[in-house]
Ligand binder design. Structure first.
Ligand code: HEC
Length: 125
């Protein structure tokens, strides 16, 4: 009987944790695909600075997707000014362009790395 309860509860536990495993596997794949398919400096910085906690390439996830950002600013003529403006936002954070949720500041990102990241984001289509 004790053995039955033991096996039963173990099975229940596995059943309960399955969705959690599934979720983290998807997350890993999302991060992993960036690491494996895209070896550019932008992709490396994206992983290093954990931008994936709020951003994905194609789907909204807390913050806007790279695709949505790239599309919104695709008509901007002065690319250098755009990159400078968005780079400041990456470092200092801010809100109001995509809703009410603010982006936190990322003081660990250097101005050079912020530009590399923004240029990489703007290339997403
Ligand atoms: C804690 C969540 C979070 C993290 C981490 C985060 N962002 Fe954001 N990001 C947001 C949110 C929310 C917005 C939308 C802000 C707004 O409405 O203006 C945003 C907006 C942006 C924008 C568009 C800004 C605009 O004004 O259109 C860029 C570019 C961006 N993020 C890049 C990055 C990069 C690069 C990183 C990694 C260094 C990063 N984000 C990390 C939440 C985050």
């Amino acid at each position: 009987m004790a053995r039955f309860i033991c096996i039963f509860s173990l099975g229940f536990c596995v059943l309960l944790s399955a969705p959690i495993f599934a979720e983290s596997a998807t997350e890993a794949a999302d991060k992993g695909s960036v690491q494996i398919k895209d070896t550019s400096a932008g992709a490396r910085l994206y992983v290093m600075h954990k931008c994936y906690e709020c951003h994905r390439a194609q789907k909204h996830h807390i913050g806007p997707s790279w695709q949505a950002i790239s599309q919104r600013y695709s008509k901007e003529e002065d690319k250098a000014r755009l990159v400078a403006r968005l780079s400041v936002k990456v470092i200092e954070g801010g809100y109001g362009n995509w809703g009410t949720l603010p982006m936190n500041s990322n003081p660990g990102v250097s101005p050079e790395d912020a530009s590399t990241l923004v240029e990489w984001v703007l290339e997403t289509n």
